[in-house]
Design a binder for this molecule. Structure first.
Ligand code: NAP
Length: 230
């Protein structure tokens, strides 16, 4: 039975990915910063006993170490680095773009991705043909730069860069790595005016993750399979 580990699975796209994999019969390790508050995830776990909820704050090294200890010895076939924050959306003069917020957004969207992958690496190595999916964004692409949301764009570009390097480094170990834009999705982050529902994004992403292989490792694409330039 394949095992899928998802970060930030208590709401939004992460929750819908957890639902899709649980319904498909995959063993899911769904992480949340505060499992006690993750009521939708608890309901999903009650419906699907193959889904386990574990605590994980990707900006907290001790929390990452605790996750690594909790899953020690278990193979992980698919790691989905989904947890993310958007930060202030303004331009260069936006007073909200403080050094403290830069550090916070980078800690979650960049360092959080790196440290989570590293912590789960023993599990990925123990699985056959393991995969890592990094949720970046089309906004990471320098080809669609429009001047705004500096913290988010820069952090998601860095996350995509981590994915590209990881793909090269992990290929000899048989681990494929993909970088994804989930679409503009109606979540707390995407807002009510976004293009698609979280379930539609998750359905597309699941297909893309299935398609990911060592032949396509390093891919940067959206939930429908359209290629994105770094
Ligand atoms: N929605 C879009 O249109 C869109 C577009 C492009 C890319 N994306 C990317 O897709 C991913 C999911 O986005 P979404 O729309 O589902 O966002 P969302 O609704 O805002 O949910 C974000 C998730 O990340 C978690 N999270 C935030 N900080 C965390 C931390 N320090 N440690 C662990 N988990 C943390 C949140 O947990 P809490 O509930 O505890 O805060 C929540 O589960 C993100 O990486 C995002 O950048 C989204």
């Amino acid at each position: 039975m394949p095992i899928c580990l998802i970060t930030g699975a208590n709401r939004g796209i992460g929750l819908e990915l957890a639902r899709a994999y649980a319904r498909a019969g995959t063993t899911v390790i769904a992480t949340a910063r505060r499992p006690a508050d993750a009521t939708a995830l608890a309901a999903l776990a009650a419906e699907h006993p193959s889904l386990t909820v574990l605590p994980l704050d990707v900006a907290d090294a001790a929390s990452i170490a605790a996750l690594a200890a909790a899953i020690q010895g278990r193979p992980v076939d698919l790691l989905i680095a989904n947890a993310g924050v958007i930060g202030p959306r303004g331009g260069i003069d936006d007073p909200a773009n403080t050094a403290a917020l830069w550090a916070e957004v980078m800690a979650v969207n960049v360092t959080g991705v790196y440290l989570t992958v590293r912590a789960v690496l023993p599990g990925l190595r123990a699985a056959k043909a393991a995969k890592v999916a990094i949720l970046s964004s089309r906004m990471a692409s320098s080809k669609v730069a429009s001047g705004s949301s500096y913290l988010y764009r820069a952090s998601k570009a860095a996350a995509a860069n981590i994915g590209a390097n990881l793909a090269v480094e992990m290929k000899p170990a048989g681990i494929a790595v993909g970088i994804y834009h989930p679409g503009w999705v109606k979540t707390d982050m995407g807002g009510a005016g976004a293009d698609i529902a979280p379930a539609a994004s998750a359905a597309g992403l699941v297909q893309r993750f299935t398609h990911l292989s060592l032949a396509t490792t390093g891919v940067f694409e959206d939930y429908a399979g359209a290629s994105i330039a770094f």
